[in-house]
Design a protein around this ligand. Structure first.
Ligand SMILES: Cc1cc2nc3c(=O)[nH]c(=O)nc-3n(C[C@H](O)[C@H](O)[C@H](O)COP(=O)(O)O)c2cc1C
Ligand code: SF4
Length: 486
């Protein structure tokens, strides 16, 4: 993973445990409205993919156990991992692209209701993504994937290789050295060779990409309808990171069909999806969204535009705006042959999940300034839309400070909650000294990158003989944290 060149190793800042009385009076543990519902508290667990779904996209017992463990800490809001809205195979990622997924999703809902005593609002993050191929071996790319055309034949002839057809061209290309081959390939072909072919929302020559604006609103609406049928309190539209909707919002979206170019046009599809889902759920469910306070890529959307995006989507009726940061393909590291490019391996990925090896700013609260600016702009515009901040939130005083200043309305913690899902309850009950504190090593994120079942290094080898413990396929890592004896 990319880390800032300063490579400063940050120690974990001290974190004070509040007394019971302090916790009782705390803003973080106070209720707050969220769309048509009311959250018991302002604590929030953002989406985290645990890589535990079945190959068919169903919630396995391990998925259910994961959410049951997260719900025991009774966060105000818990967001279920990015869940695919199409009915297409996507590996062990949750799916909601057909009614047959409803019963398995309902098992997550039931487990969360029971474990939280009904005190946690449960949302599901709805995602669409375009195709990303694994990086091919050179010979496989030239034999199978490269779409050989007249341009390649002409380039080879110029180099004194009189090829007559595509088959001869493939053979001739295979004989070129790397430097010569790169001269023959265009930039997208070079990218397909070096990283694996990746579709973009600007590939409007592809019919399924050109028609995204016509297809996506209905796909999101149907997914939201299923979320309601499964019993969720609401949906979070995934407009962040490297995926389709974030790519429409991005300043890099140059589509010329009215859905790219100016900010107004880039906002058009995200606004239409939001409006369609709201119309379908009719204020019965929470309909919010997650987007980027800053894309952190050259030529990408920065905070100034993110403010305008927030204003527009809040005016469009979003029940909350959850702000993330970075996580793009554009600056991702080159994957090994046979692996897929991963959008959290470059600088933008670092900003999304910063580790303890950092620059002078350190990994804590890096998304706060940008989020606070977005929140201020909403307030100045008379919009009460709740704002959720995430990124390096690790301590009670830090969260209280954010809420006291009005920088956000909900304070989210992903990795700290993974390290200790009970931490909200420990703090609330005056037992904060028992919190298992995340060390921001990104061991969990490395597992995510390798599409392995995500665990935390602080607990996956602890008490392996605990009764009923479920281990991974190696038998060396437990899949849920050790129980907290209350
Ligand atoms: C293992 C893992 C999986 C994640 N999966 C998602 C996801 O499905 N959707 C999403 O929006 N963010 C995802 N994230 C990002 C987190 O929601 C969060 O924004 C990020 O980790 C920064 O917050 P933190 O510093 O509290 O961990 C994931 C993070 C981790 C560590
Ligand atoms: S593995 Fe555990 S300690 Fe390390 S970053 Fe992830 S949650 Fe934190």
């Amino acid at each position: 993973m990319w880390v800032p060149e300063e490579r400063i190793k940050h120690a974990l800042p001290s974190a004070r445990a509040p007394s019971v009385d302090e916790a009782r009076a705390a803003r973080w543990f106070a209720p707050a409205p969220l769309g048509p519902r009311r959250a018991h508290r302002r604590t929030w667990v953002p989406a985290m993919v645990p890589w535990r779904a079945s190959a068919d996209g169903d919630a396995t017992p391990e998925v259910v156990a994961w959410y049951r463990a997260l719900a025991r800490g009774k966060p105000g809001v818990l967001v279920v991992e990015a869940t695919g809205i199409r009915d297409v195979p996507s590996g062990p990622l949750l799916r909601i692209g057909d009614d047959r997924f409803i019963p398995s999703l309902r098992r997550i809902v039931d487990a969360v209701r029971e474990a939280s005593g009904g005190e946690t609002l449960l949302l599901i993050q709805l995602i669409d993504f375009l195709s990303v191929r694994r990086r091919p071996a050179r010979e496989v790319f030239l034999a199978r994937y490269l779409d050989v055309g007249e341009r390649h034949l002409a380039a080879l002839r110029e180099r004194g290789r009189p090829v007559r057809d595509a088959a001869e061209a493939r053979a001739a290309l295979a004989e070129l050295d790397d430097a010569a081959l790169r001269e023959v390939l265009d930039p997208r072909e070079r990218e397909a060779l070096d990283y694996g072919a990746r579709e973009r929302v600007t590939d409007v020559h592809l019919p399924h990409v050109a028609t995204l604006p016509r297809v996506l609103p209905q796909l999101f609406v149907e997914a939201a309808r299923r979320a309601e049928a499964a019993g969720f309190d609401g949906v979070e539209l995934h407009y962040a990171h490297a995926y389709t909707m974030a790519s429409f919002l991005s300043a890099t979206n140059t589509r010329r069909d009215g859905y790219g170019g100016s900010l107004g046009e880039r906002l058009r599809l995200p606004g239409e999806v939001l409006a369609a889902v709201r119309a379908r759920l009719g204020g019965r469910l929470i309909v919010g969204l997650r987007y980027l306070a800053d894309e952190i890529i050259p030529g990408g959307t920065g905070v100034e535009e993110a403010i305008l995006i927030g204003l527009e989507l809040a005016r469009g009726g979003a029940d909350f705006l959850s702000l993330s940061r970075g996580g793009k393909f554009d600056d991702a590291a080159q994957p090994k042959v046979g692996q897929a490019v991963y959008p959290y391996t470059g600088r933008s990925g670092y900003e999304c999940m910063p580790s303890y090896v950092s620059d002078a700013r350190g990994p804590f609260g890096r998304n706060l300034d940008a989020t606070a600016r977005i929140k201020r702009a909403l307030v100045e515009d008379g919009l009460a839309t709740p704002v959720v901040v995430a990124g390096g939130i690790h301590a009670f005083d830090q969260a209280e400070g954010i809420l006291a200043r009005g920088d956000a309305d909900f304070v989210a913690a992903a990795r700290q909650t993974l390290a200790d899902p009970d931490w909200f309850e420990k703090l609330r009950l005056g037992r904060g000294d028992e919190v298992r504190r995340c060390t921001y090593t990104n061991y969990c994120e490395a597992l995510d990158q390798r599409h392995k079942m995500v665990t935390c290094k602080l607990w996956d080898r602890v008490a392996l003989d605990e009764p009923g413990v479920v281990l991974d396929e190696t038998g060396h890592r437990r899949l849920v944290p050790p129980a907290w004896p209350r």
